[in-house]
Ligand binder design. Structure first.
Ligand code: G
Ligand code: G
Ligand code: MN
Ligand code: NA
Length: 241
């Protein structure tokens, strides 16, 4: 029931913490950033998906997003002067005025922040999403398309959002060494992004053969269990991945 869901959601909010997963430079293999991934200690909400679904049903996405952004701002110390922190945004967070305030905690570190938006949210209202991306850029944020290749629009999201960063979904990376088709698709997207001055992150790299193929293709940044799982840290980067 709603009262039970509310109580669980509030426990999730109260116990919310962030795991950080390293993102490496493809050339130097140094950690150049982290993705912040939401976790909580509410047993009925074991995944971020469960927390997000409850927040949707209770119409409390803004509250959840603000909590995450507060925590990011409080715990991020750049691993390098130009170090990055990748933060996931739910589509509904894009309508939170707090996100556009130059007094919000996250805006203080905006030049380090890459806001991840999924293709799906980029499609919901094209003109509005484009305006919002422009407003976020003015505050100093960079925009990434998350999970590219997992479904939905693909190329229209490039044209509409003109993201600084593209995150290739792990379904394109998985088994790439045995899949000439995946290889060519990733090559094509990487070339396209290079010609548009967009950076490419290959996500979900788990094995050395996947790593080897992705290196050949020259993806800018690397992320996956092979390099480090999401881990708890008081300050992102203070714990070895
Ligand atoms: O960490 P994990 O792989 O379980 O994440 C599952 C999903 O939850 C992913 O799609 C991820 O983008 C999303 N997610 C994780 N943390 C956050 C967050 O802080 N905000 C939002 N909106 N989504 C998140
Ligand atoms: O949707 P999004 O890309 O934000 O989700 C990221 C999710 O992918 C996180 O929950 C993270 O735990 C997970 N992840 C990160 N690296 C790997 C990996 O190498 N393998 C798998 N299976 N999942 C990964
Ligand atoms: Mn993500
Ligand atoms: Na992703």
């Amino acid at each position: 029931d709603r009262a039970g869901l509310t109580a669980s959601f509030e426990r999730a909010l109260d116990t919310l913490w962030l795991a950080f997963q390293p993102i490496l430079d493809g050339r130097t293999q140094r950690t150049v950033g982290f993705e912040a991934l939401m976790r909580c200690k509410e047993p009925s909400m074991p995944t971020p998906g469960a927390v997000l679904e409850a927040a949707e049903r209770l119409d409390r996405i803004h509250e959840l997003g603000r909590r995450v952004r507060e925590r990011v701002a409080a715990s991020f110390v750049p691993p390098a002067p130009d170090g990055m922190i990748f933060v996931n945004l739910h589509a509904a967070e894009l309508s939170d005025p707090e996100l556009y305030s130059d007094k919000s905690p996250l805006s203080q570190i905006a030049r380090h922040v890459v806001l991840e938006i999924t293709e799906r949210s980029a499609l919901e209202d094209v003109a509005e999403t484009r305006d919002r991306a422009a407003a976020l850029r003015k505050l100093g944020y960079r925009i990434a398309i998350d999970d590219l290749g997992a479904g939905y629009a693909g190329l229209t999201s490039f044209a509409n959002l003109e993201p600084e960063v593209v995150k290739l979904d792990m379904s394109l990376v998985r088994g790439i060494e045995d899949s000439p088709v995946r290889y060519r698709i990733v090559e094509g997207i990487t070339d396209l992004c290079r010609s548009l001055s967009m950076k490419v992150v290959a996500e979900g790299i788990e094995t050395l053969p996947e790593f080897d193929q992705i290196q050949q293709l020259g993806c800018d940044y690397l992320q996956g269990y092979l390099f480090g799982r999401p881990k708890r840290a008081l300050v992102a980067g203070t714990q070895r991945a």
